[in-house]
Design a protein around this ligand. Structure first.
Ligand SMILES: C[S@@+](CC[C@H](N)C(=O)[O-])C[C@H]1O[C@@H](n2cnc3c(N)ncnc32)[C@H](O)[C@@H]1O
Length: 249
């Protein structure tokens, strides 16, 4: 049995709504906002190739294609990648969002509602492990990892090899609410979120320590809120931190 929550009907529907559905409590669409921030942070850089790691059902990848020549979206979830690919092929995809109990409402995501129909040909989606990327992933000018870090078994290993896939001066943008859940990241692999000798170590300090070998941080960390609808009456409201790093070595 597959126990990955990102393969379930429930999370497929939540993420379809999160990426392509309504906004709730006046919080802007998060995958779109993250793509806009990436494009702003890269305003003066060339934009040939971008990689969206943990792309889920693909909204950030499509949004990045507004300015990039080519965007690759990668996710471990076969279901999520199937949705992203179907949206690319058909331009629309129906999904059922839970109202209460067994009651649900049918929604349909349409790329044309977001003016993404014309650029979808620049985007490709693959089911792959972000921690074990194939050798063909090379020379990206942007790697975006949205809310991925705190879903990884070994975030330090991920961060210490990510420079291999970026061109020199390439940009790594990560967002995360640093939720530190032991079911995804065993306690011994946490980058921060604990104290040593009465000194508090934040996750951001832990990230910086690992990335220092190849990157400098190029912006002040930004707070980016998001809302995920679970049912008609239950929502997750979270504030992610978005950081931007330039490969210098
Ligand atoms: C919290 S969700 C964030 C999704 C998306 N970036 C967003 O902001 O809506 C984490 C995503 O990372 C994916 N994921 C988890 N571990 C992964 C891995 N090792 N490689 C690639 N994707 C992974 C999950 O399937 C899920 O789609």
């Amino acid at each position: 049995m597959n126990t990955n929550p990102y393969e379930t009907d429930e999370l497929v529907a939540q993420y379809m709504e999160f990426h392509y559905g309504n906004s709730y409590f006046e919080v802007k669409n998060y995958p779109e906002k993250c793509a806009r921030l990436c494009l702003q942070l890269m305003e003066k850089n060339s934009k040939r190739k971008a990689l969206d790691l943990g792309c889920a059902v693909g909204r950030t990848s499509f949004e990045l294609a507004r300015e990039f020549d080519e965007v690759i979206g990668v996710d471990l979830s076969a279901r999520f990648i199937e949705c992203a690919n179907q949206l690319k092929e058909k331009g629309s995809l129906p999904y059922n969002i839970t109202d209460e109990g067994e009651l649900s409402t049918l929604h349909t995501a349409q790329l044309s509602d977001h003016q993404l129909q014309q650029i979808k040909g620049k985007v490709s989606f693959y089911q792959e492990d972000a921690c074990n990327l194939g050798a063909h992933h090379q020379n990206y000018e942007l790697i975006f990892a949205g809310n991925l870090l705190d879903r990884l078994q070994n975030p330090e290993q991920f961060l210490s090899s990510i420079h291999h896939y970026l061109s020199m001066d390439g940009i790594l943008v990560m967002s995360s609410p640093y939720t530190l859940l032991a079911e995804y990241t065993p306690r011994e692999n946490w980058l921060g979120g604990y104290s040593i000798d009465e000194k508090n170590i934040s996750v951001l300090e832990g990230i910086k320590k690992v990335l220092d070998a190849h990157f400098i941080m190029v912006n002040k960390p930004l707070d980016v809120p998001f809302v995920i609808r679970e049912t008609r009456r239950k929502f997750q409201h979270t504030i992610a931190e978005l950081t931007c790093w330039k490969r210098i070595r």
